[in-house]
Design a protein around this ligand. Structure first.
Ligand SMILES: Nc1ncnc2c1ncn2[C@@H]1O[C@H](COP(=O)(O)OP(=O)(O)O)[C@@H](O)[C@H]1O
Ligand SMILES: [Mg+2]
Length: 290
């Protein structure tokens, strides 16, 4: 499913003039099927408000633009949000705060029962088992544990199992790696890549981590003050100096190193992944040696 957003605006507390706050001021963007799409920008720029529109948690306001996702027109009053939400999984920041059932199995099953009440108990059990296995957790060992007794990384895996159990086509993650230690972070990102390869078609990631964006995202949109300043590949975004300045973003380490080497007269042409950077450096060295 492709996502097409046109001129989306959104005002919090729209009905009370003195409290009204315009959080989105005309956002247009296209997210193709198969992408790992980054949403970046400073705190308060409208990222969370934007993504909550995509599964209808926030409804498109009157005369405030349009969102079309596959066959779903979110400005249509008859839009089937329940079916939409089964196809678009959303994981909020610190999802472990939303774990609540007594057992891991109960927690993951809850989401599924919500989306697919027609499933039998046996079907639910097998879907829960598959979802936990996909996240690298052992169903038999963990199904009766309390979610609260798990480690940080395990809790986040259970949370994502609760999202993918509905078999979404699109996975939206708000700061998925926030608060994890470096090892937990790496493992969680590897899990996302595995899911993207075999399972979900499109991933949308809100992140403050520019290294993550450079390494994994096909494209990204830079939010600032309720608008998209720029949209493009990580290479396009992070080589645009005035954009970086205006948006107040950090750059990934690879972009920083490319810039430092340029100051020394070494030009590296590469995408900004670590492997791409290393290949670029090797090419530059070989050329110099000839
Ligand atoms: N429930 C709300 N009521 C009023 N203003 C809000 C609400 N949620 C967010 N905002 C404001 O809307 C703007 C965008 O917020 P948000 O979408 O959360 O940004 P981000 O995710 O980029 O940090 C911010 O200025 C924020 O203070
Ligand atoms: Mg946010």
């Amino acid at each position: 499913m492709e996502i097409t957003v046109k001129d989306l605006k959104f005002t919090y507390s729209a009905k009370t003039k003195s409290l009204a706050f315009r959080a989105l001021k005309g956002v247009s963007v296209n997210i193709g099927e198969g992408e790992i799409f980054g949403i970046i920008g400073k705190t308060g720029s409208g990222k969370s408000t934007f993504i909550q529109h995509l599964n209808g948690l926030i409804k498109v306001q009157k005369d405030a633009g349009s969102i079309v996702i596959g066959e779903y027109d979110l400005t249509d009053k008859k839009c089937d949000y329940r079916s939409l939400r089964a196809k678009i999984g959303m994981m909020f920041q610190y999802p472990e705060h939303q774990l609540f059932a007594e057992t891991v199995e109960g927690d993951v099953a809850f989401a599924l029962k919500n989306f697919a009440p027609e499933l039998s108990d046996g079907e639910i059990e097998s879907r829960v088992k598959d979802a936990l296995a996909l996240t690298g957790l052992n169903y038999d060992l963990i199904k009766n544990s309390s979610p609260f007794d798990l480690s940080g990384g395990q809790k986040r895996r259970v949370a994502i199992a609760g999202v993918i159990v509905a078999k979404p086509e699109i996975l939206i993650l708000d700061e998925p790696a926030a608060g994890l230690d470096p090892k937990g972070k790496r493992e969680f990102l590897e899990l996302l890549l595995r899911l993207h390869k075999d399972f979900v078609k499109t991933i949308i990631i809100v992140s403050h981590d520019m290294n993550l964006v450079a390494e994994y995202c096909t494209n990204a949109a830079v939010f600032a003050d309720g608008k998209i300043l720029s949209c493009g590949t990580p290479k396009e975004i992070f080589s645009d100096k005035s954009l970086i300045e205006e948006s107040g973003l950090n750059v990934p380490l690879t972009a920083f190193l490319v810039e430092k080497l340029k100051e020394k007269g070494v030009l590296i042409d590469c995408d900004l992944t670590v492997d791409g950077f290393i290949d670029g450096v090797c090419r530059a060295l070989n050329l110099k040696g000839e």
